[in-house]
Design a protein. Structure first.
Length: 258
């Protein structure tokens, strides 16, 4: 969004492929560690790349800046997102069901751990012996995959693989706010907020599903009308109100006008 370039993960060759976003011409590539799967660009045009759970920071010329030390705070890194209000990096931890936050300098800042919070609250409540205390299942997080930070609203959105839903927490207090996106069995791949924060877009199969951010209601689907997409893996919005969709099934990047 800040460079007029497309950076695409090439998992099989362990490279990042770079294209011009206007002409779609190939520009360059650079090697990474084995198996890059997720990539985000921050407000200062630095790249964060997830290579099988290892997070690397590069500049746009492919020069490695640092390797993020996640051994203490993350079990298995999955999705990546940048908070545009302060340039912090949010990482969904599939291994320990939480969201972990780092500064742009690689410093650990905080974690949103809803399951730990609920278990702590559960331990404080007095109840008769052998009586189980139940919380609503949407309050828990199990299998966090994609993550998206809506900094101006102070919200972090997480696709929960086990529930096939998007769950939303308060960034600062770590409190559960609401759930949207429960609309079928297909895993939600890629998250993006559009139309001034009014709509949420998430990939599923070969289509993009759309929900209202406030109501949580399913609105409809978008797709490539000329040639159907096969398997959406990532979704990114640029500054010109276009959506760039990674179609893993057909090994291509699709540009859609919002």
């Amino acid at each position: 969004p800040t460079t007029h370039q497309i950076f695409a993960c090439d998992y099989s060759s362990s490279q990042i492929q770079v294209y011009d976003s206007n002409s779609f011409q190939f520009l360059s590539n650079f090697k990474t560690l084995e198996g890059p799967t997720r990539i985000v660009i921050d407000q200062k045009s630095f790249l964060y790349i997830n290579c099988r759970g290892t997070i690397l920071k590069y500049n746009t010329h492919g020069v490695l800046i640092f390797k993020l030390n996640t051994s203490t705070h993350i079990d298995l890194a999955a999705g990546l997102s940048i908070d545009k209000t302060n340039n912090n990096l949010f990482i969904s931890d599939y291994g320990s069901d939480k969201i972990t936050i780092y500064s742009e300098h690689g410093e650990y800042l905080n974690s949103i751990s809803p399951n730990e919070r609920l278990n702590f609250e559960r331990s404080k409540i007095e109840r008769p012996k052998n009586q189980r205390l139940n919380f609503k299942r949407e309050l828990f997080l199990k299998g966090p995959d994609e993550v998206y930070v809506e900094g101006e609203r102070g919200e972090v959105l997480v696709s929960d693989e086990s529930e096939v839903a998007v769950k939303i927490w308060d960034v600062n207090r770590g409190e559960w706010k609401r759930e949207i996106g429960r609309s079928g069995d297909e895993r939600i791949q890629g998250l993006e907020v559009i139309r001034g924060g009014k709509l949420l877009v998430g990939g599923g199969g070969g289509r993009l599903r759309v929900w209202g951010m406030e109501s949580g209601e399913w609105i409809g689907e978008w797709g490539d009308e000329e040639e159907e997409m096969e398997q959406v893996f990532g979704v990114v919005r640029d500054g010109e109100e276009n959506l760039w969709v990674s179609d893993e099934g057909s090994r291509r990047i699709v540009k859609l006008k919002i």
